[in-house]
Write a protein that binds this ligand. Structure first.
Ligand SMILES: NC(=O)c1ccc[n+]([C@@H]2O[C@H](COP(=O)([O-])OP(=O)(O)OC[C@H]3O[C@@H](n4cnc5c(N)ncnc54)[C@H](O)[C@@H]3O)[C@@H](O)[C@H]2O)c1
Length: 350
């Protein structure tokens, strides 16, 4: 990696929205990226100008339109809301800019289609951080091994629920929390399992329960909706089963490759069989030294998603990962999940 101050070529970016997430996570991550922050736009003028002062940015605007008209930008970072991202993204494409935008990109599949239609030759990447977690990259590397084939099933555990409400909830956008929370685990399940063919939701107490994805390749994902799990505790985990092996991702920071052992069921007396070609291989971020790999922006994939966007822009290459087509799949699962009530809702256009 290259720190921003060392980079010879940098993407000139403006940022739209310098609220909580942008200020806490996106702006600090720029230190590790070949991106130069040139201008800021936020409808809150005080927030915009105070943030501009802190980052040594000359101009803060109260509208993105004004910023595009007055600044020489290569790209824009949108960090506002799924209700506003479609309009802001289309406006940025029309101004000739490449776009990175936070999740969720939109509240309707049709809005993602509108963005795809407006994108033209511009590059668009969505901040699906879990797609870029180092643990996800490792899981994909392991899944390419013969011993992991075929991929059969994935279990995910995430603290969330999926409200009942059907088409009304889709039309009103009232289930946007399911979208905002759910797009994290769903993006990981789709990245590892591939596109979804159908979605089934079983709801229980407090709309907790399970969301089952049947992937096009035949694999099944089971997202356990752990509503009211102990707050701010390490609840999130994934287990991927393929061949006769498995991969476990816990709390984003630890990945375990379980290869099995040749234990004799009735007569084996030790679980520590000799040799190093069986049992588990574990990778875990240490948290004692001030290195980069243990920082949340790296373990959670925020650095990866933004670096990927910068790479695509600097090499003028269309994004193939976490792009708008992928975002469309995520929003399709969201809509199907709201429509399902113990029945499989087909996703026809995958
Ligand atoms: N990837 C993650 O882990 C993660 C975490 C938190 C939030 N997010 C996403 O980040 C986005 C922002 O969330 P937040 O919690 O920072 O919200 P926020 O409300 O704190 O910030 C939004 C900012 O956008 C500004 N804004 C609103 N309309 C605008 C417009 N038309 N033009 C310019 N600025 C405008 C607001 O004034 C505010 O400062 C959301 O899409 C959210 O889902 C992602």
């Amino acid at each position: 990696m290259e720190y921003q101050r060392e980079a010879e070529r940098r993407v000139r970016v403006g940022i739209v929205g310098v609220g909580s997430h942008s200020y806490r996570n996106v702006l600090p991550t720029l230190t590790y990226l070949p991106m130069e922050l040139v201008a800021i736009a936020d409808v809150d003028p005080d927030l915009g100008s105070a943030t501009a002062r802190q980052y040594g940015v000359q101009n803060a605007y109260t509208s993105a339109t004004e910023m595009y008209a007055n600044e020489q930008l290569d790209a824009v970072l949108l960090c506002v809301s799924p209700q506003l991202h479609p309009k802001l993204a289309i406006e940025a494409f029309e101004a000739g800019l490449h776009v990175w935008m936070e999740k969720p990109v939109a509240t309707r599949v049709s809005e993602v289609d509108d963005m795809i239609a407006a994108r033209g030759d511009r590059i668009a990447v969505v901040g699906f951080k879990k797609v870029f977690m180092p643990a996800t990259e490792k899981a994909k590397e392991l899944l390419a091994l013969d011993a992991m084939a075929p991929l059969r099933s994935i279990v995910g555990v995430y603290p969330m629920n999926i409200p009942a409400g059907g088409q009304r909830a889709i039309d009103s956008g009232e289930a946007s929390k399911w979208l905002a929370d759910g797009c994290h685990p769903v993006s990981l399940l789709l990245e590892i399992g591939g596109p979804a063919e159908s979605v089934t939701v079983h709801r229980g107490i407090d709309d907790s329960g399970a969301l089952i994805i049947r992937h096009v390749n035949g694999a099944i994902s089971n997202l356990h909706l752990a509503e009211k799990a102990p707050p701010f505790q390490p609840v999130e985990r994934y287990v991927v089963f393929g061949g006769n092996q498995s991969i476990e991702i816990e709390n984003s920071r630890k990945i375990t490759y379980q290869r099995g052992t040749k234990l004799s069921y009735a007569r084996g007396t030790s679980f520590t069989l000799p040799g190093t070609d069986s049992g588990a291989v574990v990778w875990e971020a240490q948290d004692g030294m001030n290195t980069l790999e243990n920082k949340a922006v790296f373990t959670q994939g925020m650095y990866g998603e933004l670096q990927y966007f910068a790479d695509c822009v600097l090499s003028n290459t269309q994004a193939t990962r976490a792009n708008l087509e992928f975002a469309r799949q995520v929003v399709s699962v969201y809509e199907a999940g709201l429509l399902s009530n113990d029945d499989a809702v087909q996703i026809t256009d995958h």
